[in-house]
Design a protein around this ligand. Structure first.
Ligand code: NDP
Length: 326
């Protein structure tokens, strides 16, 4: 059934220009790495997607391998696009990626033309789309010549299978090299997607590089997979990522030092009249075009969208945060 989107969906969200491009992205984007695969309840996933759109989230981030099972998050999105959101395709920015292991054999991962072109064809079938808005190379490939990866990305754009190109998990040096190769092929680099949060500041120099070069920037896991929320303040909830099957966030991440930082940050957030997740997102958004949040329920998405009500920090607050996270 076609979804009737909320009339006021664009009133609250902050939309930001992505680098030196014509594309505006919402400050809050929704990622579908967890909780949208075929082990999740479809109606629940659908509720989150439609609810996010009603909150002004126009950008949905996927990858060929998101699930579990690999590919099933795209299938979920495809069903919702087909049945509920078909009238809204031109109001949506759908991203997908290829590069991590997706299928057996020598063509199922990395950065060859063979892998990238075939993977995007599969993604488009699962998404029931003719094109995606942003196609990312998900990780650099140390073996494939960068020229071949650049050729594949340029071909994808000229074939009309993606409107824009992004990179993910590339270093500053790799990004610089790929930007030159893409420019030679008349394809500007739209955006770079990298890990960044109050608990993970490894990509500071990448962020500066992107800013200097007018390339869009989008942070993944901006809440450190849930650590920078109220989720683990009083133990490990049974329905949390840590208590689930994730190998990416385990009990070992909840060290006393980390939890001490989280608790101090939570007090600071309260003094700003925000939740910890809102403050953590506002802090990342001071440096990036957008953040890609994950969620296990619509109420988390709604909370995170409130971030845009208070994005600024005083110099005193910034100094307090620096001291806590140092
Ligand atoms: P986050 O850091 O936003 O963590 C999301 C988790 O935090 C949720 O699943 C939920 O945990 C918890 N959470 C979120 N909001 C709230 C809230 N308001 N209150 C309480 N808890 C909250 O991001 P993810 O790690 O999920 O990554 C986001 C996206 O980034 C992915 O979906 C993917 O699109 C992208 N990504 C890209 C990568 C790449 O290599 N390019 C790598 C990793 C991610 P719980 O489930 O326990 O409720």
């Amino acid at each position: 059934m076609t979804h009737v989107a909320k009339q006021q969906r664009y009133d609250e969200m902050d939309y930001r220009r992505c680098g030196r491009s014509g594309l505006m992205l919402p400050a809050i984007s929704l990622g579908m790495w967890h909780n949208f695969g075929d082990t999740a309840v479809f109606d629940h996933a659908r509720e989150m997607i439609l609810g996010a759109f009603d909150l002004g989230i126009t950008h949905f981030d996927l990858a060929n391998n998101y699930g579990p099972s690999a590919g099933s998050a795209e299938t979920t999105m495809g069903k919702v696009l087909e049945t509920d959101l078909s009238a809204y395709r031109d109001e949506l920015v759908i991203s997908t990626k290829a590069g991590y292991h997706m299928w057996p054999g020598p063509y199922g991962e990395w950065g060859s033309k063979k892998h990238l072109i075939a993977s995007l064809e599969q993604s488009l079938r699962r998404l029931q789309l003719e094109y995606v808005d942003i196609f990312y190379h998900h990780r650099p490939d140390p073996e494939t010549p960068m020229e071949e990866t650049a050729d594949a990305l340029a071909q994808i754009v000229s074939d009309g299978k993606a409107l824009y190109i992004g990179l993910s998990n590339y270093s500053v040096e790799q990004t610089a090299e790929m930007m030159v190769l893409l420019k030679e092929r008349s394809v500007p680099l739209l955006i770079h997607q990298f890990s960044y949060s109050m608990l993970d500041q490894r990509n500071e120099s990448l962020i500066s590089y992107l800013k200097q070069n007018d390339v869009g920037s989008i942070a993944f896991s901006p809440l450190a997979q849930g650590l920078l929320t109220n989720r683990y303040l009083n133990g490990i909830p049974a329905d949390s990522r840590v208590a689930g099957q994730s190998v990416f966030l385990t009990q070992a991440s909840l060290t006393p030092q980390t939890m001490e930082k989280v608790s101090l940050l939570n007090e600071l957030a309260k003094s700003r009249g925000q939740t910890l997740s809102e403050m953590a997102l506002a802090w990342v958004l001071a440096k990036t075009t957008s953040v890609i949040i994950g969620a296990s329920r619509l109420s988390q998405i709604a909370d995170n969208c409130k971030t845009v009500e208070r994005l600024s920090f005083t110099t005193v607050e910034l100094a307090q945060i620096d001291k806590i996270i140092a």
